[in-house]
Design a protein around this ligand. Structure first.
Ligand SMILES: O=C(O)[C@H](O)[C@@H](O)[C@H](O)[C@H](O)COP(=O)(O)O
Length: 241
């Protein structure tokens, strides 16, 4: 695991953009699973406004790690957020965008999206493989839409599952552990003081860390990077010393 800590959110967004440019490099097709949340939103803005010309958008294929079960026009939709902050501002072919349809029946959609991944992505060890999975982490230690109260979904035998938000009861379609951990690279984007406590428990592997879905993120390739701002990293032993 690699930790990259920057002064603030904007610096995280800038450095992550450079990292993405380097990773996607000259690859003919680069498959990315995107995340919802507040940090990716800033990353998308920075990527579109400062680095768009450094990326060959024809080679980038966008997917989602999770989606809320709402219409694509709903303020809660991760797809809508991505359209507003990234897709509408860059020259990416329509055919490279593979959204989770939050407006469909969740169970059917989880099945459809799982099958789409089998079709569209290259395989590694018999499973679809993303080049890069971008993840956020909630204050409660959830990641994608695998929440602590449904941590069993992480080890699902399927590529996607229907999850339920613990407070709102909102349904979501989420990638499961077998797909996330089969990615070539997984990058967490986590910022803000409200994340500091869980970041410490998970990264420093303190007692009880396995209760949090984010602690189960461990790509088989071992290529896991946490992009943090100073506020989210402030309790980490390695950061303080
Ligand atoms: O759609 C979602 O809700 C997410 O994909 C989710 O996993 C998110 O990344 C975290 O909740 C962090 O969100 P913040 O960055 O807003 O704290």
């Amino acid at each position: 695991m690699e930790l990259k800590v920057y002064q603030n959110k904007n610096k995280v967004a800038e450095e992550f953009s450079k990292y993405l440019i380097e990773k996607s490099g000259t690859q003919k097709a680069f498959h990315i699973a995107l995340s919802g949340g507040s940090t990716p939103k800033i990353v998308f803005d920075v990527l579109a406004e400062q680095f768009s010309k450094d990326i060959d958008w024809n080679s980038i294929h966008l997917y989602w790690g999770d989606e809320r079960c709402v219409a694509p026009t709903d303020a809660e939709s991760n797809y809508k957020m991505t359209v507003e902050h990234l897709i509408s501002k860059v020259d990416i072919p329509e055919g490279n965008i593979h959204r989770i349809k939050g407006e469909e029946d969740p169970k059917e959609e989880a099945k459809r999206y799982g099958a789409l991944l089998e079709e569209e992505l290259p395989k590694a060890l018999g499973l679809p493989q993303f080049d890069l999975v971008i993840l956020g982490m909630g204050d409660d230690g959830h990641t994608a839409s695998i929440f602590p109260h449904e941590i069993n979904l992480w080890v699902s035998p399927d590529n996607c599952e229907v999850a339920i938000h613990p407070e709102s009861g909102q349904r979501r379609v989420s990638l499961t552990g077998r797909i996330i951990n089969n990615a070539k690279t997984v990058a967490f984007l986590v910022t803000g003081e409200s994340k500091a406590e869980k970041v410490k428990v998970i990264v420093d592997r303190e007692e009880g860390y396995l209760e949090y879905p984010a602690s189960h993120v461990a790509p088989k390739t071992k290529d896991l990077v946490w992009f943090l701002d100073a506020a989210a990293a402030k309790l980490l032993t390695s950061y303080r010393s």
